[in-house]
Design a binder for this molecule. Sequence first.
Ligand code: SF4
Length: 474
Amino acid sequence: MLSKTDFIQFLNCPKSLWLMQRKPEVYPEGEFSEYAKKLAAEGYLVEDYVRQLVQGWPDAAAYSFQDVFETDEGLYARADMLRANEDGTVDIFEIKSSTSVKDSNPHNQLKDAAFQTIVATETGREVRNIFIVHLNKDYVRNGAIDPAGLLTFADETARVKGLLAETERQIADALGLLNEAAIDESSCSCLNLSRSHHCDSFDYFNPGIPKYSIYSLPRLSGKKLENFVSEGRFGLDQIELDEVTLLQQPIIQAHNAGAPYVDLADIENFISVLEYPLYFLDYETYASAIPIVDGTGPQEQLPFQFSLHVLHNDGRLNHFEYLVDQPEPPRRLVEALEGAIGATGSVVAWNKAFENTRNKEMAEAFPDKADFLVGLVERTVDLMDVFKTGYVDIRFNGSTSIKKVLPVVVPELSYEEMEIADGTAAMDGWNKMINEEDPEKRAQLRKALLAYCELDTLAMVRIFQFAETLIRDR
Ligand code: SF4
């Protein structure tokens, strides 16, 4: 059987589809991530608004949802919405939680619709029009959701019909591949692509690649990667320093020396510009397809929580936190932050672009708070930068994520065993908390959210102190 999801997987990577279907026992099926679950749940929510909208139309009876088409050769499709037209034809509606029509990989929505159209046609329907229903990026919530304002019906009939011949060939190729008893499993095409493109099957198809390899080098150009691959040089010890950039060199040096690469001058440059007290700040945000508070639009990030550790130059450490327990614009969050952050002192974030973008958005939403929030942007430094070129341990494996750095430099602190242990789980946990009626469960979720966010900023404090110690003890 070839479903629409299988077909999209085939377009992204035929080998991974083959492995999943023909050798499920070795297919490294990752957990259906919290994020993927959230996306699926949002798709159903959007469909609910489409249903509400359509119910009010005079021809509502002509629409049906989740019709299934199945062909004898094993094609399977489920149409989000179908309209039975008076002339016997049907219109197909694909419902998406995106704010535009996606027409390229990894999730080409036009190909989705072309697949649906072909399967519907093969089961005897004549498809007249094809629509992608997506969210209107300009919609701003004001009171109850207005489905007519929220949704955009994009008539993609011409573009989808233009793809039918190509899609038919690709479906035939996919079915042909799935009939193959064996394929070349000795490598796969992601060898020539950076790590962000690799799926969970990379190690299966490329078992000889060392744990720390050319794929550990951040921002390696496609051309260089291809050269290294064509010469069979995968290990970091096979790469000369002058073949890579200044950002990539410390990773090779740390690997080859078997010890962390340390550039004390670089670390000192970072520390010397800091002004005490230091405010270690982290936001948690909720991004929902359907805006949950007035004044926001689809897929906008809504800050609902912050953790703030304040480190004074005499070593005192204070902690402030804020977590809202209902959906609301983040004005009270900003007020709480304003109460905790003084007029002077550096703000320290990890990956500061995220915090700064939220600060700029909130400055726009609350003009009376703009001076404070824009001031924060100007005062914010990025502790992550230290771990790009100042201190690099090969165990970071080329990443500067706090989740990779913390266990190496401050092993006594850990996200393991936490009920909420990453940003996506925090989003999900907050959504559950605000909708939870049982006070005990609500309190439990609140506690888990506070613990997670507090660890984020405490981790930054300890990592900073680790860097400071390197300078002090030199
Ligand atoms: S890593 Fe290999 S199997 Fe996975 S997507 Fe890339 S080419 Fe396909």
